[in-house]
Write a protein that binds this ligand. Structure first.
Ligand code: GAP
Length: 458
């Protein structure tokens, strides 16, 4: 399959099966806005739950937090977002299309025949669409501005948060004191963020509102190198064992000093080989004590920490692993999408099937209950089985069309197990369980079904 085809096929399946819909569609849509449908919501929830379990719940050194989206604007003054959270853009004087200068230069330098001497800066570039001349580059702040209350002036200006990190830094002292934590420990949260991106696109890869899961891990600066390595290896474990991605699709990009934020002593971008090219998936940065020192300076509050054993008083340093939830979801779809030939009911015959081979714990629906007939006697029996399974699993119930079509529908949304209820089930109190990947079928006693599925889905 061509890489571009893969992206198109995933986008189309997402719309057709209710994973992701174009935003505000009945009004003609809103460019680059997307709504998660029933299956998309479940998939996202499963990814967030898995992330939370792995990075927060299962660790003794992490605490959760959930902070406001709209904060005192001084937070963004201290973090540098008000002054520096901007992209440079150019506009074509002829067709008026806007481009981010860094994206345009990166695309040009990746093309065969690129001549470094001829293209030294954006001034040497013409519009790739119409060959028009560009305006001089302008800086554009990415934060969404709003006003609090009824008066719209400089005293009521506020911003939608562009990242969740700010909420964790300003609550460092509150959390440390109320939980009586000693260093090292981390504060984690998952939440919505807003950035007025100049060039959103590639489906849910770059949008103007998106979710981030991230944590600030507070340390004594003497420990930064070994802690960074520890988190890098945990991140690898996350991708390999929990998200189950093909590790060859990931690139661990060590950011060179000149390209790092001025306060960062080490940053690694984890990139993914998307159908549209290599792109950032998420990152990890050693941010030194930049954030706490800036918040201390702007707020006038003492944010130092005193080590209870040594009495050493210092500003904690921070290692920050950050994950775009929507990008992780995109990767889970791209990794899961499979086309293969499968045997039909006719001996020796095969047909193409599309399967989302999600790791079972991420699959939106875990079990589908499918009665072989719509007859009241069988469907009420099958509904009872489905109702009972619902107490433990996310269940779908489907009694329309042929069983073959229903299996294909469940394959296409990645349901790991289909439970078929037939007329024999009424007598022998057994059902047939079909495995999504092997398509093997097994006859299981209904009284043991829950236990069987729980074991398989573990
Ligand atoms: N606190 C650090 C921070 O916010 P970031 O690299 O700006 O770092 C974190 O953003 C992650 O959020 C990115 O690695 C990416 O996965 C995701 N992300 C950033 N901008 C995005 C956008 N416009 N649409 C979707 N996801 C985005």
């Amino acid at each position: 399959m061509q890489q571009n085809d893969l992206m198109e096929k995933v986008v189309s399946l997402c719309k057709r099966r209710g994973f992701i819909f174009p935003g505000s569609e009945i009004y003609g849509g809103l460019a680059n806005s997307w709504d998660y449908g029933p299956l998309g919501h479940l998939l996202k929830q499963n990814i967030k739950n898995a992330w939370w379990k792995f990075f927060v719940q299962e660790r003794e050194d992490m605490v959760p937090l959930d902070t406001a989206i709209i904060m005192n604007p001084k937070v963004w003054e201290a973090s540098g977002h008000l002054q520096n959270f901007s992209d440079e853009l150019v506009e074509c004087k002829s067709c008026h299309r806007r481009f981010r200068t860094d994206h345009l230069l990166a695309a040009i330098s990746a093309k065969p025949g690129y001549d470094k001497e001829k293209i030294r800066s954006i001034k040497d570039v013409r519009c790739p669409d119409c060959n028009g001349e560009f305006t001089a580059p302008k800086s554009f702040n990415l934060m969404f501005k709003t006003f609090l209350g009824t008066t719209e002036d400089s005293t009521t200006v506020a911003y939608l948060r562009p990242e969740t990190a700010g909420g964790m830094f300003v609550n460092f002292k509150n959390v440390q004191q109320t939980t009586r934590r000693r260093l090292p420990f981390g504060i984690a949260q998952i939440g919505k963020n807003f950035r007025n991106e100049i060039t959103p696109g590639n489906f849910i890869f770059r949008t103007r509102e998106f979710e981030i899961g991230e944590f600030e891990y507070f340390i004594n600066p003497k420990d930064w190198e070994k802690t960074f390595e520890m988190w890098l290896s945990e991140i690898k474990r996350w991708w390999k064992d929990v998200m189950c991605v093909n590790m060859e699709n990931l690139v661990w990009h060590e950011i060179e000093e000149g390209d790092r934020a001025h306060y960062s002593k080490r940053t690694v971008d984890i990139e993914y080989n998307y159908p549209f090219g290599l792109g950032e998936l998420h990152g990890i940065a050693y941010r030194t004590d930049f954030d706490l020192s800036r918040h201390e300076k702007v707020s006038g509050q003492d944010l130092h920490y005193t080590d209870p054993e040594t009495n050493e008083k210092f500003l904690p340093h921070v290692i920050e692993p950050t994950f775009g939830i929507d990008r992780m979801l995109l990767v889970s779809l791209l990794e899961a999408y499979t086309e293969e030939e499968a045997p039909t009911a006719d001996e020796g015959e095969t047909e193409a099937r599309v399967v989302l081979k999600f790791p079972k714990h991420l699959a939106p629906i875990k079990v589908a209950v499918l009665p072989l007939s719509k007859k009241e006697e069988l469907s009420s029996f099958a509904k009872q089985i489905a109702g009972d399974l619902r107490k433990n699993f996310q269940v779908d119930y489907d009694e329309t069309q042929s069983i073959g079509k229903r299996y294909r529908r469940q394959d296409e949304i990645g349901t790991p197990y289909c439970v078929t209820v037939d007329f024999d089930s009424l007598e022998d109190k057994k059902v047939t369980v079909r495995d999504r990947d092997t398509m093997q079928q097994e006859r299981i006693e209904i009284t043991k079904l829950k236990e069987y599925l729980a074991d398989k889905l573990k």
